[in-house]
Design a protein around this ligand. Structure first.
Ligand code: DGL
Length: 267
C-alpha cells in the first residue's frame, strides 16, 4: 500500500472516525477532506448532493492520491456509496448507521436512531433496520442542530447545552415513556459522524444510562481488511533459488510463494 487513507466528510464529523482509526493504527498515514462549502449535507436535495459528493471526492482523491477512501459521513454513504465505488479506482469504505451492533446489544428491543434528517429517512437506512433490527422498535430523531454544535465546538466554541437538549427531547421522551408495546429505549445509534464529538454532553444530558453506539470501530475493522487485501495484492510472491528446487514448490506455496525459478548468479 503506498498512499494514505483519505477521510471524507461534509465537515468535522470525520474526525470522530479518524480518532477510531488512530486507536487501531497509531501510525496510519491519513489525509482529511471536507466539503465545508456545502455543509450541512443533511438538509440538501438528494440529486444535487449525489452529484456534488462524487465531484468533491474525485477532486480530493486527485489531490491526495490515497490508497483507500473512507467516506466518514452517513448522509453521503447512504446516498452515493455504490456510485462512488463505480467512479473511483481505489477501494471505498463507507459509514452507515450502526443498526446491527445496536440490535445485538439492546435488551429492551427499543433503539433510538439519532442522525441527520436525510439519513433517518433514507431507503438504505430502512433496509438496515429490516435486515438487522426487524424485531426492534426504532425511534428516529433528526438532530441537525447537533451538526452545527459539533462544528462550532471544533472551531473553538462551547456547545450550547440548551440547543442540544432541545434537539434530544424526542429521544428522552422515548427513554422515559414506556408501555407494554413500547418498552423503554436502552440503546442509541449515533448515525452521524459529527455526534460522537459531542458524546460527553450527550451522556451528561441523558436522563438514564444508555448504550451509545457509533460506527467508528466497525469502520476501523473494515479498513484493516481492505488494507490487508491491498497488501496481499502487492505481494509479488516470486521465489528464486541457486539450485533446482522443484521439490519445494508445494512447501513454498503454503507460505504464499510461487514455484522456485533458478537464479543466474553469473559466477
Ligand atoms: N457527518 C455527516 C453524517 O455522518 C452529516 C453532517 C451534515 O449534515 O453535513 O451524516
Amino acid at each position: 500500500m503506498t498512499g494514505p487513507l483519505l477521510i471524507f466528510d461534509s465537515g468535522v464529523g470525520g474526525l470522530s472516525v479518524a480518532q477510531s482509526l488512530r486507536q487501531h493504527y497509531p501510525d496510519a498515514a491519513m489525509c482529511y477532506a471536507c466539503d465545508n462549502a456545502w455543509l450541512p449535507y443533511g438538509l440538501r436535495d438528494d440529486a444535487a448532493l449525489a452529484e456534488r459528493i462524487v465531484a468533491v471526492c474525485q477532486a480530493a482523491v486527485e489531490a491526495c492520491q490515497p490508497s483507500v477512501l473512507v467516506v466518514a459521513c452517513n448522509t453521503a454513504s447512504t446516498l452515493v456509496l455504490e456510485n462512488l465505488r463505480a467512479r473511483l479506482a481505489i477501494p471505498v469504505v463507507g459509514t452507515v448507521p450502526a443498526i446491527k451492533p445496536a440490535a445485538t446489544i439492546s435488551q429492551t428491543r427499543h433503539i433510538g436512531l439519532l442522525a441527520t434528517k436525510a439519513t433517518v429517512g433514507r431507503p438504505y437506512t430502512q433496509r438496515l433496520i429490516d435486515s438487522f433490527a426487524s424485531d426492534c422498535v426504532i425511534t428516529r430523531v433528526a438532530a441537525e442542530p447537533l451538526v452545527v454544535e459539533a462544528e462550532s465546538y471544533l472551531a473553538g466554541g462551547t456547545p450550547d447545552i440548551q440547543r442540544i437538549q432541545a434537539a434530544l427531547a424526542p429521544l428522552w421522551q422515548a427513554v422515559m415513556s414506556t408501555s407494554a408495546d413500547h418498552p423503554a429505549l436502552d440503546t442509541v445509534v449515533l448515525g452521524c459522524t459529527h455526534f460522537p464529538l459531542l458524546k460527553p454532553w450527550l451522556i451528561q444530558l441523558a436522563p438514564v444510562s444508555l448504550n451509545w453506539i457509533d460506527s467508528g470501530d466497525a469502520i476501523a475493522r473494515r479498513v484493516a481488511q481492505v488494507v490487508d487485501e491491498l497488501r496481499s495484492k502487492q505481494h509479488d510472491g516470486r521465489c528464486f533459488t541457486t539450485a533446482p528446487a522443484a521439490n519445494l514448490t508445494a512447501g513454498m506455496a503454503r507460505y504464499g510463494f510461487k514455484a522456485p525459478q533458478l537464479l543466474n548468479v553469473g559466477l
